[in-house]
Ligand binder design. Structure first.
Ligand code: STR
Length: 417
């Protein structure tokens, strides 16, 4: 081949800078460009340069590399004042002290209680609640059909379900769920002016701080109260740390599972032969869930880690102080990990469980088992109640929200059949 770009791409070397599109107009094209740009790609995030890791094996190494840290103070562009709170993605990084932003032994201290509460065994206790929420929302779907029979599966089913579950776990009252949904939608959208985003983050901080104070005065049977009462190694979490963990749990628990459920439905409706196999019991829902996680990751880009020393990766060097993103969507499509047909959705794929969509290493998603339980209840229940479920518009007409880090559909109009 006489094309330098293709040769470099084949050698796993990075070529140009890839601008991540805030409007998300061509997510599949962008994913392929990132993967083909090399193991490490140079990206531009609204004018801010960063590296991104696009391949499975190297991401796996970097995610356990202690030279990469979450602490924003290790970022050169932040130290020098080039990046400030005026940058629209700052809320993804400068999110307060929590298990999401701290490393090392302090990280273990911040995270132990939460991960213990979310083990598969502990989750069995809330399975009946998730089943009940699911049945209620399936009824709501029926009631929400318009005159033309169309209903938005996102707004009526996929979005409220994870909010109900994480709300119950953390002790956030139902009356607040609509407010939180609205605030997070605005938080993630790149159409929200930055002053508005900073204002809503401040409002959320007040809301969560009030909630933590209330639970401190009157502890109940939820994870927020458990975090307040916890003493990890004799060292209780501070109010700021409990608030930080609560914020992270609600934001992550709410946002990502919506994507998992909708992406699975979308993939199955687009591959009716595979849906048939599942409905006939030839292959399990777990296969659908894992292949969806690999192929159409809820999180497209995870921001961000910072190099505390120079780190060589293949032919490139991440310099001390530079920022590193993990591009999970590209990683799920890695040819070396998943074979030459990595771009195809195939629930019978032998590597379907060998994805890295929940991350790896100390920060691996503590809610992974919860999201599998939620999707494992929601998907079969949905197709059992509505076996004739189909899209109300051609698949190409489904649009994505202008969200740079998540894989987020604007709506998912269906006919219940
Ligand atoms: C949103 C803003 C906030 O208050 C706290 C957090 C911390 C956890 C983050 C969350 C953020 C954004 C969405 C994330 C989540 C962890 C997992 C989730 C990044 C910054 C994913 O998309 C995987």
């Amino acid at each position: 081949m006489n094309c330098p770009h293709a040769e470099a791409a084949q050698a796993g070397r990075n070529t140009g800078v890839i601008t991540i599109d805030p409007m998300v107009q061509d997510l599949d094209g962008e994913t392929v460009r990132l993967r083909d740009a090399g193991v490490l790609a140079r990206i531009d995030l609204l004018g801010v340069p960063a590296w991104t890791v696009t391949r499975h094996a190297e991401a796996r190494q970097l995610l356990v590399d202690p030279r990469l840290v979450k602490d924003i103070d290790a970022w050169g562009l932040w130290q020098s004042g080039v990046v400030t709170r005026a940058w629209p993605l700052i809320g993804m990084i400068d999110a307060g002290r929590s298990m999401f932003t701290v490393d090392g032994s302090e990280h273990r201290r911040l995270r132990t209680k939460t991960s213990q509460a979310l083990t598969p065994r502990r989750l069995e206790a809330i399975r009946p609640d998730i089943e009940k929420f699911t049945q209620e929302l399936l009824d709501a779907l029926d009631a929400a059909q318009g005159e033309d029979g169309v209903v938005d599966l996102k707004a009526v089913f996929a979005q409220p379900l994870p909010m109900k579950v994480v709300g119950m776990l953390m002790g956030v009252d139902e009356s607040q769920h609509a407010m939180l949904t609205r605030q997070y939608k605005a938080f993630f959208s790149m159409l929200t002016p930055q002053e508005e985003r900073l204002a809503l983050l401040a409002e959320l901080d007040v809301f969560y701080t009030d909630l933590v104070r209330e639970k401190t005065a009157r502890p109940t049977d939820d994870l927020t109260s458990a975090l307040i009462l916890a003493e990890e190694g004799g060292e209780p979490l501070t109010e700021e740390e409990v608030v930080g963990n609560l914020k992270a749990m609600v934001a992550a628990g709410h946002e990502t599972t919506i994507g998992l459920v909708l992406n699975a439905v979308r993939a199955l409706l687009a591959h009716p032969d595979q849906l048939r196999k599942v409905l006939d019991g030839e292959i399990g829902w777990d296969a659908v869930i894992e292949e969806t996680l690999r192929w159409d990751t809820p999180t497209t880009h995870l921001l961000m880690r910072f190099a505390t020393e120079d780190i060589a990766v293949g032919d490139e060097v991440i310099r001390k102080g530079e920022g590193v993103v993990i591009s999970y969507r590209a990683i799920g499509r890695d040819f070396e990990q998943h074979g030459p047909d990595a771009d195809a959705f195939d629930i019978t794929r032998p590597t379907r469980n060998r994805h890295m969509t929940f991350g790896h290493g100390p920060h691996i998603c503590p809610g992974a088992a919860l999201s599998r339980v939620e999707a494992g209840i929601a998907l079969p229940a949905l197709f059992a109640r509505y076996p004739g479920l189909r899209l109300a518009v051609p698949d190409e007409e489904i649009t994505r929200l202008p969200v740079m880090t998540q894989n987020d559909m604007a709506a998912f109009p269906v006919l219940l059949g």
